[in-house]
Write a protein that binds this ligand. Structure first.
Ligand SMILES: [Zn+2]
Length: 389
């Protein structure tokens, strides 16, 4: 057993505790958390800084880790997609080695659980050995209606290669999944106990332009890949408004990025009886589009808000504290306590692991991080995370 005393303990499920004490057993299970001053000092390890639960990263692509520094930043999503397709092929050994390192980096950065998008089975052995919890999303895309069944079957087969219960099938994005394919996924979701959905949503203004007016960069993108989409008609509404009605209301749905989601979209989504959560990936948004979502619009709307790193193709590191810092630097009104919820318990709730992760409570095994270099409760360039348990 270990006992830690920190300047502050943030259990997340309760108010911060000044000079808080956390006792944890050798398996990482929390025994107690308190402001108990009477604990015998010789057994107590004094920790400078804030103790908080391990972080949950709800959006990553571990299998793209070998693309770090390979894609030029700030050229917009259309160019990003073209560039990734042009450089993503590499030898299995190179891809696997980069993924192993990324997994270790996430561990060191205090991440305990990851929602990970997959287009291949290459990360399966890495996840089997990892100290992190992974939920893998077998991602489906095909914008051609005649390809729907084939794409669906392939994704289902890939999901089946993962450990039972650790994977689900998911549509990639509104612009890359036909209505026919959405229908196949919905039917699957309606008839399954659990199939977590995670969709890239409104990552660029081009996506809205494509759906509203059938204009913009996606026409060029489909042309670039030689895909004939003459069948597709303008939908006269934003992409998310087109696809929300096509989703099952039985499964939890994570909308990722939301860079170009507006208040009208948010109200539209609220009117539907769907289990929607949001994920913000500010590091990737700044890398690709050089802009952030209107994050303030999402607050206090009754949605569960979470954070993700996206992949090393579009980020400099896989670190949830870094994502929190990017938000706080640009939107100072969003406080540390709120960001910490997004970074821990909210992600755990979406992944369905909040009985174990996300808060410091007796009986849970959330992992423990130490945050140092804060100014009051503000994250600064000097703020660091270190894994304690
Ligand atoms: Zn992504």
């Amino acid at each position: 057993m270990k006992i830690f005393r920190a300047d502050y303990v943030f259990p997340v499920c309760a108010d911060p505790i000044k000079n808080g004490v956390v006792a944890v057993d050798d398996s990482g299970k929390i025994i107690s958390v308190s402001a108990n001053d009477s604990v015998d000092n010789q057994f107590v390890e004094k920790v400078n800084g804030i103790i908080c639960p391990g972080f949950v990263n709800t959006h990553c692509h571990l299998e793209l880790s070998h693309l770090k520094d390979k894609v030029k930043p700030r050229r917009g999503l259309i160019n990003f997609i073209k560039d990734v397709q042009a450089v993503r092929n590499a030898g299995d050994a190179e891809i696997a080695a980069a993924a192993v390192k990324a997994d270790e980096d996430m561990y060191d950065n205090g991440i305990v659980a990851v929602g990970d998008i997959c287009n291949s089975n290459i990360t399966i052995p890495i996840k089997a050995k990892s100290k992190l919890y992974y939920h893998s999303f077998s991602e489906i895309f095909s914008f051609l209606p005649e390809r729907a069944q084939d794409s669906f079957d392939k994704a289902l087969a890939l999901a089946g290669e993962f450990k039972a219960g650790s994977a689900s099938i998911t549509p990639h994005a509104p612009y890359s999944v036909s209505k026919e394919l959405f229908r196949l996924i919905k039917h699957y979701c309606d008839t399954r106990e659990r199939n977590l959905i995670s969709i890239h949503n409104q990552e660029s203004e081009d996506e809205n332009k494509f759906f509203r007016y059938r204009l913009g960069g996606f026409l060029d993108l489909y042309d670039h890949f030689g895909i004939d989409i003459t069948y597709f008609k303008s939908q006269a509404r934003n992409s998310v408004q087109t696809v929300i009605p096509l989703l099952s209301n039985k499964q939890e749905v994570l909308l990722v990025h939301n860079t170009c989601t507006n208040l009208k979209d948010i109200y539209f989504i609220k009117r539907f009886d769907k289990k929607v959560h949001y994920c913000f990936c500010p590091g990737a948004n700044l890398y690709i589009e050089d802009k952030l979502p209107k994050i303030e619009l999402f607050i206090d709307q009754g949605f569960n808000l979470t954070l993700g790193t996206d992949s090393l193709a579009s980020n400099t590191k896989l670190c949830i504290l870094h994502e929190m810092r990017l938000i706080q630097e640009r939107i100072p009104a969003i406080g540390f306590d709120r960001l910490l919820k997004w970074a821990t318990v909210n992600g755990a709730k979406y992944l369905g692991i909040d009985d174990e992760k996300g808060t410091i409570e007796p009986g849970k095994t959330p992992g423990l991080n130490v945050i140092t270099g804060m100014e009051g409760f503000r994250i600064t360039p000097a703020t660091k995370v270190k894994r304690l348990v």
